[in-house]
Design a protein around this ligand. Structure first.
Ligand code: TRP
Length: 374
């Protein structure tokens, strides 16, 4: 069986196979993203983010409502998170960079949950101490995305449990074992920590409302694999006196190898923010492309950007300019550029990006405390 024929699996803990986004929209019962919604966001932001222009966000739930509340003059909030099980790679940065754009556009507080508990419970190899230390390591990446320290509240489930336990309990009391079995596929053999954990991921949707003593509409930018949590949360939100959280769902950034998303478990095919820029450039040079077997064939038939990971990186992250991107696609299809050259240019951009990002990441150490929830 080839990678392409593999059945699609999209859960909070596994993403594999050939991803069919239309099917996901149907299966998960979410709304497709529209040009009109993207325009509305862009209007408030004073510009359309690259990720919106390029269709990174495929679907949503209640985004129209969340925007409508803001348009009525109400305060709105944002929530996203990270399972700290290792170093951060470029795929993780996509929604965080987008959060920065939304934070600025909507003057919104962002609650950022570090689920060191979840990763410890789920991953047999990871010790709790490692997960907690990745919380603070990964927080540097979050900060390096340029978020506002006055409006960003990063917290660790384990270290901040005192502040979040009560709200977690109020969620937990309303969710039965049979619900989480159905939503997450938990089995009798699943450890009981995992069975409790969804209460904590859900409660963050209401955390700002509780802390501020007023109901604040919450929007969650995240990859679509987290959807199970929000289905569960949306069922209980109104019964608890809160709004249902709105979502905007991102596609996955492909890895450098053929097929599949960028994944930390395949380090050679993922670019980590902590990779020495030279090493990251070498990974790019080994990436899967949409090139032909020989130079002669490529000149004659042209490349296939639609299956090319190098093109995907320009598309999602490294080519801001829409005209330049089109020109690159045209050149590729017409056989006017070879993969080696295209990779070399991308490798240069990745090096420049990482060098700048790593400087910001180092500076983040001095201000980490300003970003932690108090
Ligand atoms: N469960 C997520 C992960 O493993 C972490 C997370 C917690 C999250 N809350 C979130 C991700 C909200 C997106 C949005 O990565």
């Amino acid at each position: 069986m080839t990678e392409k024929d593999k059945e699609m699996v999209v859960t909070p803990w596994e993403v594999s196979g050939d991803i069919d986004y239309d099917k996901l929209i149907e299966q998960f019962g979410v709304q497709p993203m529209t040009a009109d919604l993207a325009e509305r966001i862009a209007k408030h932001a004073g510009g359309m983010h690259l990720q919106l222009r390029r269709g990174v966000y495929l679907s949503h739930r209640d985004l129209d409502w969340w925007l409508g509340e803001y348009e009525k003059g109400r305060r709105v909030g944002l929530y996203t998170g990270r399972g700290p099980s290792g170093h951060v790679h470029l795929g993780h940065l996509l929604p965080w960079l987008f959060c920065k754009y939304l934070q600025d556009a909507f003057d919104a507080d962002l609650y950022f949950q570090m689920t060191d508990d979840e990763k410890f419970l789920h991953n047999d190899e990871l010790t709790l101490e490692q997960a907690v230390s990745y919380t603070y390591d990964n927080a540097l990446d979050v900060i390096a995305c340029g978020l506002d320290p006055e409006k960003t509240f990063i917290f660790s489930d384990t270290d901040h449990i005192g502040e979040i336990y009560r709200l977690g309990l109020k969620v937990a009391k309303r969710v039965t074992f049979s619900t989480v079995k159905a939503v997450f596929g938990f089995q009798d053999s699943t450890n009981i920590g995992m069975i409790w954990y969804p209460a904590l991921q859900a409660m963050t949707c209401f955390l700002q409302s509780v802390r501020e003593g007023e109901n604040i509409p919450c929007l969650i930018p995240a990859a679509i694999d987290q959807d199970n949590y929000w289905r569960m949360t949306r069922d209980i939100a109104e019964k608890m006196g809160y709004y249902k959280p709105a979502q905007i769902h991102a596609k996955f950034l492909p890895g450098l190898a053929q097929g599949g998303k960028m994944s930390a478990s395949q380090p050679d095919t993922a670019i980590f923010t902590t990779d020495p820029p030279r090493k990251a450039a070498q990974k790019v040079m080994r990436a899967f492309t949409g090139g032909r077997d020989t130079v002669e064939e490529q000149k004659r038939l042209g490349g296939k950007p639609e299956v090319c990971n190098v093109y995907a990186y320009y598309y999602f992250l490294f080519e801001e300019d829409d005209d330049e991107l089109l020109e690159r696609e045209r050149l590729c299809r017409s056989g006017g550029i070879m993969c080696g050259e295209c990779k070399r240019r991308l490798a240069d951009r990745v090096k420049v990006f990482l060098t700048g990002f790593q400087e910001k990441r180092e500076r983040a150490r001095d201000v980490l405390c300003d970003y932690l929830m108090k």
